[in-house]
Design a protein around this ligand. Structure first.
Ligand SMILES: C[C@H](N)C(=O)N[C@@H](CC(=O)O)C(=O)O
Length: 623
C-alpha cells in the first residue's frame, strides 16, 4: 500500500503515473528547447560560435545550480508539491518567452525577413532562459524525491522499479524531443516573410511544459505530501561553521587535539549529525575532480552540434539536421544501460574482477576523453575538406563587364535565408524593373559560390548562358555519420560515470542527507559547464581540433588524480554507522544518568573518543 490517498494498481500507487508522465513532458520540454538553442544563438541572434557556446553553457550551468535553491525552498518552506507547482509555472512562462523571442516578425517593421531590433529578441530570450533555469533546476531535486515519497517503507522493490521507469522517461522524452524540435526548426514560418521556425521549435516544448503542469495538478488529490522537514542543508552549513570557529578559538597548544576537525562541533551539535557530515564530506572531497567530465559531456549540445553544421547530413532517404545528431545519446542510453546491467557488469564479475563504482567512474572518464579524441579527428577531416577555397578574387572579373554576387549555401540543415536542399536544383529570378529571367543550378551542403552575371544579359529570355557560377568552397563532404563514434564513447562514458555516480552518491549518503549529496552531484555539472566558458572565452584556441585535444588531455590528467583519490576511499554503509551511533548514544545517556557528578569536560573528551571509535570501526571495510 502506498502512502497517499491513491488507488493501488498492480502494487503501485496510481499517483506515480502522473509523476512519471509529468517527468516525460518536462524532459521533452527541456531537451527539445536545449537541442536547438545553440543554432538559435548562431543563426537567429547572429552570435559567433564562441559567444553561442558560452551562453549555452552558462544556461546549462544555471540549470544545475538552481537545484540547491529548489531543495532549500522545498525542505524548509513550501514542501515538494507546492515547489513543483510554483516553479513549473515559472518554467512554462520562460518557455513561452523563448517562443515569443523567436518570432522575427515582431520587430521586422521593414519586412525584409530579419528582426530590426535584435535587443528585444536578446533580452526576451535571456529572461526566458533565466526563468527556465530557475524552473527546471528548482524542480529537479523535488520530482524524483516526491515520486519516491509515494511508496511505503515495505515497497523497496516497487520504488526501485519506479526510479528505473523514471530514468527511461527522462531519456524517452529527451529522445523524442531531439528528433522533433530540429524538424520544427527547419520548417519555414512567418507572417510577413518566411524564416526558419525557431518559434515553433520553442513553442512545442512550451506547450509540453504546460501539459506537464496540468498532468501534475490532475494527480493532486492522490499524492502523499510530506510536510517540510526543516532544512538539513542549513544545519550542515551551521555545524561546519561552528566546528571551524571553535577550532580557531581553541588553536592554542593547551587544548588537546581532536581526531577530525569536525569533532570541534561536538560542544554544540549532536554526535550523530557530526558523523553524518563526516560521511558527506568524504564523498564531496571525491567530487572535486568530477566537473571535468561534465565539461566534455555537455559539449554535445554546443561544439558538437556546431561541428555537425559543417558536415553532410544526407543519409539517403533521410536528411539529418545537425541538432538531431544529439538523439544518438538517448538512443544509446536506452540500449547501453540494459546491456551494461545484464551483460557487461555480470560478465566482468564472473571473470572475478571487482569493478567497484569508483573504478567504473574512472573508466567512464577515460571513455569521454576518447570521445573527444574522435571529435578532434573528425574536425581535422572537416578542416581539410573545407579549406579548399577555389576562387578568391572575383574583383578581377568585375571590371570586365561582369557584376557578381556571392552566395553561401549551408544546406537545409543550417541555413537561414538561402535554404537550398542538398543536391536540390535552386532557381533564382533576376529582375530589372518589370523584366526578369531565371537561372537554375545544383548545390551541396555548406558550399559557397560567386555568380558572375554578364552586363549584356538580355532579360525576357533564359539567362542560363549569361551567368557563370564559380565554386568558392566545396560542399560539406565529411559525413555526419562520422560523429557516431564520438557519441558512442561519450554515452558509454555517461553510463559508467553518471549512472554509477548517482547510485554511488545515494548509497554513501546518510539517510537524511541524500538530497544534500544529490545537490552536490548536480553542482559538479554546473562547475563543469563553467569550465567550458572559461576555456571558450579565455583560451581562444584558433583550431577547434586543438581545443578538443586540450579537453581530452585535461580529462585524462584529472582522471589520474581521481583514480588515486578513489584508491584511498573506503566504502561505508551509512545505515549501519547510524544504527551503531544511535545505540551508543542511548547507552551513553543511560550511563550519564547513573553518574551525575562527572565533570563536563571529561564527558566531552570521552564521548569524542567513542565517536571516533564508532566511525573508524564502521569505515574500515574497504571494497
Ligand atoms: C538525457 C540524458 N542522458 C539523461 O539521462 N539526463 C538526466 C541526468 C542529467 O543530466 O541531469 C536528466 O536529464 O535528468
Amino acid at each position: 500500500m502506498g502512502k497517499g490517498k491513491s488507488k493501488v494498481v498492480c502494487g503501485y500507487p496510481l499517483s506515480i503515473f502522473f509523476i512519471v508522465v509529468n517527468e516525460f513532458c518536462e524532459r521533452f520540454s527541456y531537451y527539445g528547447m536545449r537541442a536547438v538553442l545553440v543554432l538559435y544563438f548562431k543563426y537567429f541572434l547572429r552570435w559567433d560560435d564562441d559567444l553561442a557556446t558560452s551562453i549555452y553553457h552558462t544556461f546549462v550551468a544555471l540549470c544545475y545550480l538552481t537545484p540547491i535553491l529548489g531543495a532549500i525552498v522545498a525542505d524548509s518552506w513550501l514542501g515538494k508539491f507546492k515547489t513543483i507547482i510554483y516553479l513549473s509555472i515559472v518554467y512554462a512562462v520562460g518557455q513561452v518567452a523563448m517562443a515569443v523571442s523567436a518570432i522575427h516578425d515582431i520587430t521586422d517593421s521593414d519586412r525584409d525577413g530579419t528582426p530590426d531590433s535584435m535587443t528585444f529578441h536578446i533580452v526576451l530570450s535571456m529572461v526566458g532562459l533565466f526563468l527556465i533555469a530557475l524552473g527546471t533546476g528548482g524542480i529537479k531535486p523535488c520530482v524524483a524525491a516526491f515520486g519516491g515519497d509515494q511508496f511505503g517503507e515495505h515497497q523497496d522493490r516497487q520504488r526501485r522499479t519506479f526510479f528505473s521507469v523514471f530514468y527511461l522517461c527522462i531519456n524517452g522524452g529527451s529522445l523524442l524531443s531531439t528528433i522533433i524540435t530540429p524538424v520544427l526548426r527547419a520548417q519555414e514560418c512567418g507572417i510577413y516573410s518566411k524564416q526558419k521556425c525557431y518559434s515553433l521549435a520553442f513553442g512545442v516544448p512550451a506547450a509540453l511544459m504546460v501539459v506537464a503542469l496540468v498532468v501534475f495538478i490532475i494527480g493532486s488529490g492522490m499524492y502523499y505530501k510530506a510536510e517540510p522537514q526543516g532544512n538539513i542543508m542549513l544545519d550542515v552549513c551551521k555545524c561546519i561553521g561552528f566546528a571551524i570557529k571553535n577550532r580557531y578559538r581553541h588553536r592554542s597548544k593547551q587544548y588537546p587535539k581532536r581526531q577530525h576537525w569536525m569533532d570541534w562541533a561536538e560542544e554544540k551539535y549532536d554526535k550523530l549529525l557530526i558523523a553524518q557530515i563526516k560521511m558527506v564530506l568524504k564523498v564531496l572531497f571525491l567530487y572535486i575532480p568530477l566537473p571535468m567530465f561534465w565539461t566534455l559531456f555537455d559539449q554535445k549540445g554546443s561544439r558538437w552540434t556546431l561541428q555537425a553544421t559543417t558536415m553532410d547530413g544526407n543519409f539517403g532517404a533521410l536528411v539529418i539536421q545537425p541538432d538531431q545528431m544529439q538523439t544518438v545519446n538517448p538512443i544509446l542510453i536506452l540500449t547501453l544501460v540494459p546491456i551494461m546491467d545484464s551483460l557487461i557488469y555480470p560478465l566482468i564479475k564472473k571473470c572475478g574482477l571487482n569493478f567497484t563504482p569508483l573504478k567504473r567512474m574512472t573508466v567512464g572518464m577515460l571513455l569521454a576523453a576518447i570521445a573527444f579524441v574522435c571529435a578532434a579527428l573528425v574536425q581535422i577531416q572537416i578542416d581539410v575538406s573545407t579549406k579548399q577555397l577555389l576562387h578568391s578574387s572575383p574583383y578581377i572579373l568585375s571590371g570586365q563587364g561582369f557584376i557578381y554576387f556571392k552566395l553561401t549555401i549551408k544546406g537545409k540543415a543550417n541555413s537561414d535565408s538561402t535554404t537550398v536542399h542538398n543536391t536540390d536544383k535552386a532557381t533564382f529570378t533576376l529582375r530589372s524593373g518589370s523584366q526578369s529571367c531565371e537561372y537554375s543550378t545544383n548545390f551541396g551542403f555548406g558550399s559557397s559560390y560567386t555568380f558572375f552575371i554578364h552586363s549584356t544579359l538580355v532579360f525576357g529570355s533564359n539567362c542560363q548562358d549569361s551567368v557563370t557560377a564559380v565554386e568558392d568552397i566545396k560542399p560539406n563532404s565529411v559525413h555526419m555519420a562520422l560523429q557516431i563514434p564520438q557519441y558512442f564513447f561519450i554515452t558509454a562514458g555517461e553510463v559508467m560515470f553518471s549512472v554509477t555516480g548517482l547510485e554511488f552518491s545515494y548509497s554513501q549518503a546518510p539517510s537524511n542527507m541524500k538530497a544534500v549529496l544529490q545537490a552536490g552531484w548536480l553542482f559538479t555539472v554546473a562547475i563543469g559547464n563553467f569550465i567550458v566558458l572559461i576555456v571558450a572565452e579565455l583560451a581562444k584556441i584558433p583550431k577547434q581540433w586543438a581545443e578538443y585535444v586540450l579537453f581530452a588531455s585535461l580529462l585524462v590528467a584529472v582522471c589520474v588524480i581521481f583514480s588515486i583519490m578513489a584508491y584511498f576511499y573506503t566504502y561505508i554503509d551509512p545505515t549501519e554507522i547510524e544504527a551503531q551511533f544511535k545505540k551508543k548514544i542511548n547507552e551513553d545517556d543511560e550511563d550519564d544518568k547513573s553518574k551525575p557528578g562527572k565533570a563536563e569536560v571529561e564527558m566531552v573528551k570521552r564521548d569524542s573518543i567513542k565517536c571516533h571509535d564508532e566511525y573508524d570501526k564502521a569505515t574500515q571495510t574497504k571494497m
